[in-house]
Design a protein around this ligand. Sequence first.
Ligand SMILES: *Cc1c(COP(=O)(O)O)cnc(C)c1O
Length: 424
Amino acid sequence: MIAFDYREGRLHAEDVCLVRLSDEVGTPFYCYSASALEHRARLLLDAVGSSSTGIAYAVKANSNLAVIELLGRLGLGADVVSEGEIRRALAAGVPADRIVFSGVGKTVDELGFAISAGIHQINIETAIELDRIGEIAAAQSREIHVVFRINPDVAAGGHEKISTGRKTDKFGLAVDEAQALFRKATALDHVVPIGFAVHIGSQIKDVSAFAAANDRLITLTEAMRAEGHEVSRLDLGGGLGVAYHEDEQELPLSEYARLLDDVARRSGAQLMIEPGRWLVAGAGVLVTRVNAIKQAGDRRFAIVDAAMNDLIRPTLYDAHHPVWPVNRSDDALEPTTVAGPVCESGDILAVDAQLPLLQAGDLVTIGHAGAYGAVMSSGYNGRLLVPELLVRGDAFTVVRRRPSYDEAMALDSLPNWSSDADAA
Ligand SMILES: *Cc1c(COP(=O)(O)O)cnc(C)c1O
């Protein structure tokens, strides 16, 4: 499935020319392919079918309602990390009983909202969280299923800032603490402890890292069963890695699926995974227009109208994204650093990308930007939040519009002490 490809020399999203979208919507904008999203979801559904593994899409990778809805319609649940994401999942039509609430610092209000909404499961990460859930569930007279996220002490993930499973990371519980909390939870009236969870990091392409974490879960499951506890659900987390470089291999899906089969067989538990990036990264691009070309020493810069506030991954994680010119050219390629207008040296979208000689006004596309792109955008430098488009076949819809400047300022207000200050 190639969602973004050239036709008559111009880059298209499915059947829609990106030049046309740029003219109609203005740059910069994110563009997602509905068919690519469906294709990825179906690949994964097929791969995990034999182990009957449930898939909860990690909404934080791309929380646009249209994206959540599309994946929800295919039967995926939602893995959420805040009340805002629970509300998004519900608004997009994901049934509450397919929503899993993760996160290291859920507030009392968020837990109350989640329990009253009747979600499927809460993944507990701190001792105080169990106490709070016990009190809230009792007060609401509602039953809630919980699992305990362990820290398996496995180093994995594509970058220091996206590795979460080492002993000194803030995530998860030490195994003995998870066991103690599980035992404690069995005594609570409205809390039903049913299993354990792990999530070791993001952008993992080596199946053996998952295998090591899963083995810890299985050992723990056996130990708890030996004590007479029922352990019926294991949540294996997300982190499935994708290819950002042309010569890179993504996580081998068939090997990953075999691993799930193995865990299902050895544990006899109902499995769940929480992929985010893997489902959406390749299904989105960021389209931007060159504003100016400049030479700085021996470095050639294309200053574009998208910036780190629209796509922070290169700045935050030193992430690589391919850059594709919207108009294909036979010109010789020149290393060109694509940078935004934000007043930060780190505002760079691609270093030394091989591009034809660009000119002011040319359009370029930042590829593989569907995950952790628009969701991490901000209004830094007084810039407007970037809009999002969804394409299907020859149709497109603006699924988040660009705000006006008045809207962007509307939540600010001026203090009304100014008259006192004038008097003084
Ligand atoms: C971020 C996160 C995910 C998704 O990670 P991806 O790398 O996007 O697959 C899944 N589960 C939890 C608990 C997370 O924090």
